[in-house]
Write a protein that binds this ligand. Structure first.
Ligand SMILES: Nc1ncnc2c1ncn2[C@@H]1O[C@H](COP(=O)(O)OP(=O)(O)OP(=O)(O)O)[C@@H](O)[C@H]1O
Ligand SMILES: [Mg+2]
Length: 270
């Protein structure tokens, strides 16, 4: 069943017509989708529309078959919005609490989680993202990567059906990325995940990759097919990853098929 259905969605900012220029999309419950696209292609705008933070210029968004009405204060709309948790591209836009602990607690309080359960979840998820020793710190005093970790903990703790990550690992060090990807991989097929990213390692984890260009979806498919389609990547103003260039070199050389298969396995994990 499609947990998210988008019909001919359009959105314009005051100065930018067609920031989203007619997007139709269905995402199945439990699916792990990555969205890629060059700077300004509309990824964050689409994410904000999906969680009701922006009001579409036209088109419809359905969550669980129910029409999402952005800005509507009714209980039904509120329940619908609570199905979605988003980690913003800039973690500074996400913090509301005076301390890290308050901040993670905020989303839980909004969901009326009882106090004992709240404390358990704060401890569990701050530990999972490696921030359990920072609970009494002020979010402003954290580094960019630490802020991203806290923002991720806050969303995971809310246990929403749909998780949207907008370049949520962009400030993490390589080890941090690996750790967070491990956490996200564990949620694969338990939650519906939309991961907006430029990171190849994240793309290959996805069930489906969506490529955006100029506010539109220009391709949709398996990570391997997308990454190996040089014309598509160039057309979407994306850079062909060095690993794919290396793979193509191996393919066009006399290096054995075994080596090619091993490199493929390393890149695509399959
Ligand atoms: N608040 C805003 N006001 C006006 N224009 C905006 C605003 N936010 C984004 N835009 C414009 O809308 C277009 C899409 O921006 P968006 O942030 O969705 O892109 P993106 O794909 O997320 O890019 P990036 O990879 O840089 O995060 C861009 O042309 C951008 O300049
Ligand atoms: Mg963005």
């Amino acid at each position: 069943m499609a947990i998210i259905k988008v019909e001919d969605l359009k959105f314009e900012y005051e100065n930018i017509k067609n920031a989203i220029g007619g997007v139709s999309l269905e995402i199945e419950e439990g699916e792990f989708v990555c969205i890629v696209g060059h700077n300004g292609s509309g990824k964050s705008t689409l994410a904000k529309l999906l969680c009701g933070l922006l009001v579409p210029t036209s088109g419809n968004i359905y969550i669980d078959n129910k029409l999402l009405v952005a800005g509507d204060e009714s209980e039904e709309s509120d329940l619908l919005r609570r199905k979605i948790g988003i980690v913003f591209q800039n973690p500074d836009n996400q913090f509301v609490g005076v301390t890290v602990k308050d901040d993670i607690a905020f989303g839980l309080e909004n969901r009326c989680i009882d106090r004992c359960e709240m404390i358990d979840r704060i401890n569990e998820f701050s530990h999972i993202v490696g921030m359990d020793n920072f609970l009494d710190r002020s979010p402003e005093s954290l580094s960019g990567g630490e802020k991203q970790r806290v923002a991720i903990a806050g969303i995971l703790a809310c246990d929403t059906d749909i998780i949207i990550l907008d370049e949520a690992t962009s400030m993490l060090d390589p080890r941090g990325v690996r750790e967070v990807l491990g956490v996200i991989s564990n949620l694969k097929h338990k939650k519906t995940i939309i991961n907006i990213t430029h990171n190849l390692n994240e793309i290959v984890l996805a069930d489906r990759v969506i490529v955006m260009n100029g506010g539109k979806i220009v391709a949709c498919g398996d990570a391997k097919d997308i990454l190996e389609d040089e014309e598509l990547l160039k057309g979407a103003n994306l850079v062909v990853p060095d690993t794919i260039k290396l793979l193509n070199l191996i393919r066009s050389s006399s290096i054995s098929k075994e080596v090619e298969d091993e490199v493929c396995q390393l890149i695509f994990h399959k």
